[in-house]
Design a protein around this ligand. Structure first.
Ligand SMILES: Cc1cc2nc3c(=O)[nH]c(=O)nc-3n(C[C@H](O)[C@H](O)[C@H](O)COP(=O)(O)OP(=O)(O)OC[C@H]3O[C@@H](n4cnc5c(N)ncnc54)[C@H](O)[C@@H]3O)c2cc1C
Length: 449
């Protein structure tokens, strides 16, 4: 166990996994801190095992470690990669569906092969900072585990906690749920439960459906508990996305605890309705966490607005693409506001949306990178998080090579060199503002339910 690392990655969801593998493949000493005992975050522990979206209209926009992971999983029967050339399918069709245990095991293998020092079951709980001429830098972090408290130092830190914990401990500013189109409540979370296919024969499914429909009419189940009173639909939609657990403000532990309890109460209500209808043993397992769509967005040097996103704005420091529709789930009911991207629009993410404002040696990748709520509702999807993670892993590797006053400074790296490194490592690097000036501005539609 070293006392000083080149790069520390906090959190091992889709973003942290790719960040750690990339930095280690760049030859750096990398330590990964993950609070759960399994890698993957929302993809595995959160039970939402669909990865959207690597392709747009048959053209690949995101490759690199995220895509390599999908192909490795596919080779062991752990991923279903759809025909990406198929035209005009509904957007969920283009997601890569993965097997959760195989996905977690493959992440373990890729992290170990790259030489990452993995620390599962460890929570990052504090950061020490020191002043610099340009702001401040993180000098060390504290991690708590069954071994007690441990202080760890690194040249560069990457916050991939999804909630931006490390950034907040280091004193970064953040946004969390400002008013958007008349709604201030954060998007609801979803708790994944796993109905058994075996128990779902035609007669059982019909009886369950009837009982669930009646329970919704009678108010025993709310519309947010189930978007369709049909177990077959739950199964065919891969079971990921069927309830809305509302009023989650998970920039604090009390709210996260409440979301977990509310999630299990929702599943308990559904099991109760089924049991009363004589349908037992259909739901035996639930994900350990209510998966949260929206928490903190950390203030960085550039804010991606929804207009930037749907217009596919180009940036001088663009490092990866992102591709998804604007997708704002509404609190308290089953409802989503969406805006599809116009044909040919290929949004990109600049490094400066991931360089944390006022902190020299801190990057943030994944769903807590900086944008407004609507842009965030699109770039939070997993393939985009993977691309951001890899870009930050490479950026951190380069920043860790700078010496003297600039040691670890993420703003001192040469963007052309970073983009070349990413391309060399199999990533698809977006055109810069110089290569391809942004096209016409697309308006963000006023959403109507
Ligand atoms: C219900 C739901 C459905 C979704 N559907 C889809 C979909 O179909 N397709 C799609 O592509 N995307 C979907 N998304 C979005 C996507 O899954 C997430 O935005 C994305 O996985 C976020 O990845 P991440 O790496 O940024 O964060 P996370 O996956 O949240 O990973 C963060 C990691 O950091 C760890 N961590 C947190 N705090 C600490 C700490 N203090 N110390 C140590 N570790 C810490 C966590 O345990 C976790 O492992 C969905 C999201 C939800 C919630």
């Amino acid at each position: 166990m070293l006392s000083h690392y080149d790069v520390l990655v906090a959190g091992c969801g889709c973003a942290g996994f790719c960040a750690a593998v990339e930095a280690a493949r760049c030859g750096k000493r990398v330590i990964l801190i993950e609070k759960n005992d399994m890698p993957g975050g929302i993809l595995t522990v959160g039970g939402n095992n669909d990865i959207a979206q690597f392709f747009s209209e048959g053209v690949q926009l995101i490759a690199g470690i995220g895509w390599e992971f999908c192909r490795r999983l596919e080779a062991v029967g752990g991923a279903v990669i759809p025909d990406m050339q198929a035209k005009d399918k509904p957007h969920p069709y283009y997601g890569v569906h993965v097997n959760i245990p195989l996905a977690a095991a493959t992440m373990d293998e890729m992290l170990l092969d790259a030489g990452v020092e993995i620390n599962y079951g460890q929570v990052l709980c504090a950061a020490q900072t020191a002043e610099t001429p340009t702001g401040k830098r993180i000098s060390s972090v504290l991690v708590t585990s069954k071994n007690g408290l441990r202080e760890i130092r690194a040249s560069v830190y990457i916050d991939c906690t999804g909630d931006g914990d490390l950034s907040v401990f280091a004193g970064a500013n953040y946004e969390c749920g400002e008013e958007t189109d008349g709604t201030t409540a954060l998007q609801p979370g979803t708790v994944r439960y796993y109905p058994s296919v075996r128990a779902c024969d035609d007669a059982t499914a019909a009886r369950a459906g009837e009982a669930l429909r009646r329970a919704m009419n009678d108010g025993i189940l709310s519309p947010a508990d189930m978007n369709a009173p049909d177990l077959r639909a739950v199964l065919s939609a891969r079971g990921c996305n069927f309830n809305h657990i509302s009023d989650t403000y998970s920039d604090d532990c009390d709210s996260r605890t409440a979301a977990d309890i509310a999630g299990r109460q929702c599943v308990k209500r559904i099991i109760g309705v089924l049991r009363d209808a004589g349908v037992t043993d259909v739901i035996e397992t639930v994900a350990p966490e209510t998966a949260l769509r929206e928490t903190r967005r950390i203030v960085c040097d550039t804010k991606i607005t929804a207009e930037d996103y749907v217009s596919a704005r180009t940036y001088p420091d663009g490092v990866c693409h992102s591709y998804y529709l604007i997708d704002l789930h509404l609190s308290g009911k089953w409802s989503i506001r969406q805006q599809k991207l116009e044909k040919g629009k290929k949004p990109s993410i600049p490094l400066s949306a991931m360089t944390v404002s006022g902190i020299d040696n801190l990057l943030v990748a994944g769903r807590c990178a900086w944008g407004d709520r609507l842009a965030n509702s699109a770039y939070r999807v997993k393939a985009s998080c993977m691309a951001m993670g890899q870009a930050c892993g490479a950026a951190a590797a380069l920043a860790s090579e700078t010496t003297g006053n600039h040691c670890g400074n993420t703003r001192s790296i040469d963007i052309a060199r970073l983009r070349a490194l990413l391309a060399q490592h199999g990533c698809i690097v977006p055109p810069t503002a110089e290569d391809a000036p942004s096209e016409d501005t697309v308006k963000v539609s006023e959403f109507h339910q």
